[in-house]
Write a protein that binds this ligand. Structure first.
Ligand code: SAH
Ligand code: SF4
Length: 442
């Protein structure tokens, strides 16, 4: 896997959620330990890693397109190795089909096999092709914690997998059942990250609110947050995803009292109608959900709220959809991630009668996005002239004359300032806002 200047290069392309990004980081770091250096350009790479997502069909289609495109690159440069990893690979029986369709791929590897990636790289280096997709996590699956240097923001897994089996969702099938990492392991990982320059961590789990419960830990997610809050040099602690059914008063109080814990709850409601919530197997009603929101806003008036919403789940009527719009109209979300229901094979949702026609899904999505865009803009307008603490991250991508920073609420602020501010906390006044960005003055 050598190129002209003798340094092997790895290019990682990742799809999907933060969890998936975190996995991509693990695989890239393992390649670095084998002598590869990173590049963003596939044409320069000796190794391309595609880390996949299969939560919706649209992601899978995009990935298949990408895999197809890489065939040409491989023809031009036969020494190039290509690895396809992640959730999509984990679907039963899929790799056998894909191997026939895409013989130019050297490594197929699943979500439970990161600890074997180094071995797989050695194997293909000697000219082999391989598919290693374990069906479940084993004790050795946990890969050594990462110690990324100079990265201000990092994702840290606190748990893996999910046991909730929401009717639409493939995650429990491709990520296995829920398991939490012990507190001391997480604290050690974050301390090393902080020593290496990290100031802002996001704790990741499919349902952080059930952290440690199944593993019988003597502490819960709130206790974990409180312990992380004491780490010296860490300025911001974020977390996702909070499943509404397990959102406790204790957690709300912990966020309210924490020094570095950001006042932000990503609380997906998915659907506003009780009928649909029930078929979705979400484990809460709209009334319960709205009560949790009230509780957060009562204890933390400045809290940021974001959500995920699905339109067109099987059986969703116009009235059901109106109930979804009603929640968006009531709750001041700063952002909502909105999706059309996508049939995922193996899930209950795929087998339900009354699938909603694509046209209906599309028009509901448009309507929902229209409403949320107006609400997001309202929020941004409200921030005008306000003073906010930001953590300065670096030069702005669109204009290097400017810097960008992030508020505790995760909003990005662009402002004029000197490079020596990078990594520091400072206060800015918001002077203008467009749909995506806030502009401020130091
Ligand atoms: N664990 C998180 C969600 C992880 S998946 C939670 O419980 O909230 C991220 C989002 O993708 C989900 O919140 C849901 O809105 C969306 N999603 C998952 N499966 C989907 C499907 N089959 N079709 C459309 N959207 C889906
Ligand atoms: Fe999927 Fe539900 Fe688990 Fe979230 S909680 S990952 S939506 S099954």
């Amino acid at each position: 896997m050598q190129n002209n200047n003798n340094t092997k290069k790895v290019c990682t392309i990742t799809y999907g959620c933060q969890m998936s990004e975190r996995d991509a980081e693990t695989l890239t770091t393992i390649s670095e330990s084998k002598g590869f250096v990173r590049t963003d350009l596939p044409e320069l790479a000796d190794l391309i890693i595609i880390n996949t997502c299969c939560v919706r069909e649209s992601a899978e289609n995009k990935i298949m397109g990408k895999i197809g495109q890489l065939k040409k690159l491989k023809e031009k440069k036969p020494s190039l190795k290509i690895a396809v990893a992640g959730c999509m690979v984990q679907q039963p029986g899929l790799v056998e089909k894909l191997q026939k369709k895409a013989p130019h791929i050297d490594i197929w590897t699943g979500t439970f096999d990161h600890h074997q990636f180094e071995k797989l790289l050695d194997f293909v280096d000697e000219g082999g092709k391989t598919a290693v997709v374990s069906e479940e996590a084993c004790v050795t699956t946990e890969v050594a914690p990462l110690a990324e240097k100079g990265k201000m923001r990092t994702n840290v897994n606190i748990m893996y997998g999910c046991d909730n089996y929401c009717a639409y969702c493939i995650v429990p099938y491709v990520r296995g059942s829920e398991r939490s990492r012990p507190m001391d392991v997480i604290l050690d990982e974050i301390k090393v990250l902080v020593e290496n320059g990290c100031r802002d961590v996001t704790l990741l789990g499919q349902n952080v609110n059930s952290y440690g419960k199944k593993d019988g830990f003597a502490y819960d997610f709130s206790d974990l947050l409180t312990a992380i809050d004491r780490i010296d040099g860490l300025y911001r602690i974020r977390f996702m995803t909070s499943h509404p059914k397990d959102l406790s008063d204790k957690l709300i109080d912990t966020v309210a009292q924490g020094e570095h814990i950001c006042e932000h709850f990503h609380l997906p409601f998915q659907a506003g109608s009780n009928n649909i919530l029930k078929t979705m197997n979400r484990g809460y009603t709209r009334e319960y959900y709205l009560e949790r929101i009230d509780r957060i806003r009562e204890k933390i008036p400045e809290a940021r709220l974001t959500t995920d919403i699905i339109v067109g789940f099987p059986g969703e009527t116009e009235e059901d959809f109106e109930q979804t719009l009603d929640i968006v109209a009531r709750v001041p979300y700063t952002q909502a991630f909105t999706f059309m229901f996508s049939k995922r094979s193996g899930t209950v949702g795929a087998t339900l009668p009354d699938q909603v026609p694509l046209d209906t899904k599309k028009s509901r999505l448009q309507k929902l996005m229209g409403l949320q865009n107006t609400r997001s803009l309202e929020w941004r307008q409200k921030m005008l002239q306000g003073r906010y603490e930001i953590l300065v991250e670096g030069p702005s991508k669109s204009d290097p004359e400017f810097l960008t920073g992030r508020t505790r609420g995760n909003e990005i602020v662009v402002f004029k300032g000197e490079e020596n501010l990078i990594g520091k906390l400072m206060t800015v006044t918001i002077t203008s806002a467009n749909s995506w960005t806030l502009f401020g003055e130091a």
